[in-house]
Design a binder for this molecule. Structure first.
Ligand code: ASP
Ligand code: MG
Length: 411
């Protein structure tokens, strides 16, 4: 028998892991210490670690509040300068804490990481990542701590990536470094419903990027939508975990095992508005620009003789002048003649069954009607999502009924 000759020893290329820690995970000194310990453990297990951090606790909200106390309409550029500071505080503190474990740690801003963005302040898109400094630091055996949620535009202005944008920073860096991407928060993954609304909610072992995006659009507080879309584009799996101990996780990936539930979850979006009107093609574009300008999501739009456009705001605040202004302008544009404006909460089921399972629509409408003792104000199907507009006070009961029927009882 031939013997196998000794092979030359190949250099072992260490695995790069990007970990993202949300605001609640770095909310105080004790939590920062916990994060530092986790980072140190990951480094000691032989991986190169890049940790992206959010601003501490509610810092971003507090900074926003401060700005609005100083002036009614803060300048967008100055807002980005202000808000980006929140993440810089966390990155420096976490780096100091990691050094306390005897490791070399360097904190870097988004700009220093080579995160290049468009120049629309407050909601910039990442156009390119040139992570040379990150790579250099990793090659020196250092742990890199990155300020999430920010980059720099081609004009060399500091930009922020929109609320929840640290997730996007993590995914963009993972893509640029060919790394795994772990997202740590105070929840151990993605759930089939908000457990505060539906106590029977369960953690999902795996979901697709598309399902996660649909859940986010339906109102679930999951990962930032931009981050998930970016991860899908690069084929990157996301591991959503809880920061403390805990072993559970949800893996977001391009495909999931076939025995998963047909409807993955239920969710709701408060303060939604449905506009129903006779189609006037010339107005579609004008209305579209209105929604974009007011930062509204067109959740669904049925294009027939009669248009049914359902809109929701990204911020779940009851008072949102931009939203109300946009609706008022739309009402003016459309004339009052054949326009119906409906307001309520949008309740949705999300999953690949939508549009595929015969009879699903009928069951959905019947369940919603039963739980609210009235026909839903509007019903729309959109991709993986089937939604109904209901009076806000029925939200809990409708969600529980939908969850029981479509998630707890797998057909
Ligand atoms: N600190 C920012 C926010 O609160 C970004 C983030 O947390 O991802 O939106
Ligand atoms: Mg946050």
């Amino acid at each position: 028998m031939a013997t196998i000759p000794d092979l030359p020893q190949l250099p072992v290329v260490p695995r790069v892991i990007v970990q993202k820690y949300g605001g609640s995970s770095v909310a105080d000194v004790a939590k920062i210490q916990l994060v530092a310990k986790r980072i140190a453990e990951t480094h000691r297990s032989g991986s190169q670690v890049v940790a992206v951090v959010s601003a501490m606790g509610k810092t971003t909200d507090q900074l926003l509040q401060l700005a609005h106390e100083v002036t009614d309409e803060p300048d967008r550029r100055e807002l980005d300068m202000l808000l980006s500071a929140g993440e810089r505080i966390s990155m420096a503190l976490v780096a100091m804490a990691v050094r306390g474990h005897g490791l070399k740690a360097t904190s870097l801003t988004g700009s220093q990481c080579g995160i290049l963005t468009t120049d629309n302040a407050g909601n910039a898109r990442i156009v390119e990542v040139r992570p040379f400094r990150v790579q250099d630091a990793l090659d020196q055996g250092e742990v890199v701590i990155v300020a999430g949620f920010q980059g720099t535009s081609w004009r060399r202005e500091i930009t922020t990536l929109g609320r929840g944008g640290s997730d996007t920073t993590a995914v963009a860096l993972a893509a640029a470094l060919g790394a795994d991407c772990e997202i740590y928060s105070d929840i151990d993954g993605i759930y089939s419903a908000d457990p505060r609304q539906v106590p029977n909610a369960t953690r999902l072992d795996s979901v697709t990027h598309d399902e996660t995006l649909a859940m986010a659009r339906a109102g679930a507080k999951v990962l930032a939508a931009d981050a998930v879309a970016l991860a899908r584009m690069h084929g990157i799996a996301l591991y959503a975990r809880k920061t403390g101990q805990g072993s559970g996780e949800t893996v977001v990936r391009l495909d999931t095992p076939r025995d998963r539930p047909w409807i993955v979850g239920v969710a709701s979006r408060p303060h939604a508005v449905a506009l129903q009107y006779t189609a006037q093609a010339a107005l579609d574009q004008q209305l579209g620009s209105l929604w974009t300008a007011a930062n509204l999501t067109e959740v669904a739009s049925m294009q027939a003789q009669t248009r049914l456009v359902v809109l929701a705001r990204d911020v779940a605040d009851a008072v949102d002048p931009a939203f109300d202004r946009a609706i008022a302008q739309a009402v003016q544009l459309l004339g009052h003649a054949e326009l119906t404006v409906l307001r309520g909460t949008l309740v949705s089921i999300v999953g690949p069954a939508v549009g595929r399972e015969p009879g699903l629509l009928g069951q959905f409408v019947a369940l919603v009607s039963e739980a609210t003792e009235a026909a839903p104000m509007a019903v729309v199907a959109h991709g993986l999502t089937l939604s109904a507009l209901v009076a806000p006070e029925h939200t809990g009961r409708v969600l529980a009924a939908l969850h029981r029927r479509f998630v707890e009882v797998t057909p």
